[in-house]
Design a protein around this ligand. Structure first.
Ligand code: SF4
Length: 87
């Protein structure tokens, strides 16, 4: 298990693109829905649509910067060890 849980809320994402610009090694625009998508993340489905993506990481690298830059607050980060919600 990773030290951090990252969650992208696809319904909240408005394709603004800050995450893709700041952290392209993790975030890319999806060819399917045009919204942000996290490389290697588990996809959470609801009625054939991806509603969220979840990824566990030991190092946040640029993911925190991307989450802080999202104007819609669509990216959330939790510290798994402490349960603290960072963003
Ligand atoms: S910055 Fe936020 S709204 Fe913009 S693409 Fe990334 S997740 Fe979506």
């Amino acid at each position: 298990m990773g030290k951090f849980k990252v969650e992208l809320d696809k319904n909240t994402c408005q394709e603004f693109g800050a995450c893709v610009e700041l952290c392209p090694q993790f975030f890319q625009f999806s060819d399917v829905d045009g919204k942000s998508s996290i490389e290697g993340a588990k996809k959470i489905m609801k009625e054939n649509e991806v509603v969220a993506e979840k990824l566990e990481l030991d190092k946040l690298e640029c993911v925190r910067e991307a989450a802080e830059a999202c104007p819609y607050n669509a990216i959330h980060i939790m510290n798994v060890e402490t349960g603290e919600k960072l963003i």
